[in-house]
Design a protein around this ligand. Structure first.
Ligand SMILES: O=C(CSCCNC(=O)c1cc(-c2ccc(F)cc2)cc(O)c1O)c1ccc(O)c(O)c1
Ligand SMILES: [Mg+2]
Length: 214
């Protein structure tokens, strides 16, 4: 049984970064993806935009949809103030197993709750499972055809408050047309596009930042 790409990415992290140093973990993954094997992390260019939004929001409670190998989980968690929590949902058990180890290697396991399962089932359980009142920030980076359904589910479950920020990856490539149409036309959101590139490539992509108006 050969190794998978996420397993090879994890080995590169353990080999080329310092345990407990999130920045070195981020750099090791970016180097691996740029020079060895492309992988669907948000990457360094869009990652800097993500950092800016996280720092601006300074969330007490944040949610990530789509953990993959934990790259954006580490980017977000390293910027969280003491006492704040990041909950990250991953459907794929193999991805979750690698992400857990990447997050632990970075030393951020105390700030992160990684939950395995389908977002559509888990979102309605956030209040009872984690005592979440509402999310200050939601980073959306999972199945592109689940973005709209899960944004509306967050609204319906009362998990967004006036000022909550949704930040969505891949709104151009692979693309999330129905989600974009919704947040850009709904009176309940103030939406803005951050033009960038698909991770580690020159293809256009970008992040959409949408503030929930209540
Ligand atoms: O992978 C998933 C769905 S979650 C990952 C969503 N993310 C993406 O798909 C994603 C994709 C791309 C991208 C890929 C190829 C291109 F040519 C261009 C762009 C970029 C991103 O930044 C992404 O976030 C999954 C689910 C259930 C399973 O059982 C399972 O095996 C796998
Ligand atoms: Mg993505």
């Amino acid at each position: 049984m050969g190794s998978t790409r996420p397993q090879r990415l994890l080995r590169a992290v353990q080999k080329n970064s310092t345990r407990g140093d999130p920045q070195s973990v981020i750099s090791a993954i970016d180097h691996f993806c740029r020079h060895k094997e492309w992988a669907m992390n948000v990457g360094d260019e869009k990652g800097s935009i993500l950092d800016g939004v996280v720092s601006e929001v300074n969330p007490s409670t944040a949610l990530e949809l789509g953990t993959y190998c934990g790259y954006s989980t580490v980017r977000i968690a390293r910027l969280l103030p003491p006492g704040s929590q990041l909950i990250t949902l991953e459907f794929n058990p193999a991805y979750a197993a690698v992400a857990k180890q990447v997050i632990a290697w970075a030393g951020l396991q105390d700030k992160v709750q990684l939950v395995e399962g389908p977002s559509g089932d888990l979102i309605p359980q956030m209040k009872e499972l984690f005592g979440v009142k509402s999310f200050d920030l939601v980073f959306i980076d999972h199945w592109k055809d689940r973005y709209l359904a899960d944004a509306q589910l967050l609204e319906e479950c009362g998990l967004l408050r006036k000022g909550s920020v949704l930040l969505a990856d891949n709104v151009i490539c692979p693309g999330t047309p129905e989600y974009l149409e919704y947040v850009r036309n709904s009176p309940r959101y103030e939406s803005r596009y951050f033009k960038s590139h698909l991770e580690y490539t020159q293809a256009e992509d970008g992040l959409e930042k949408s503030v929930f108006l209540g």
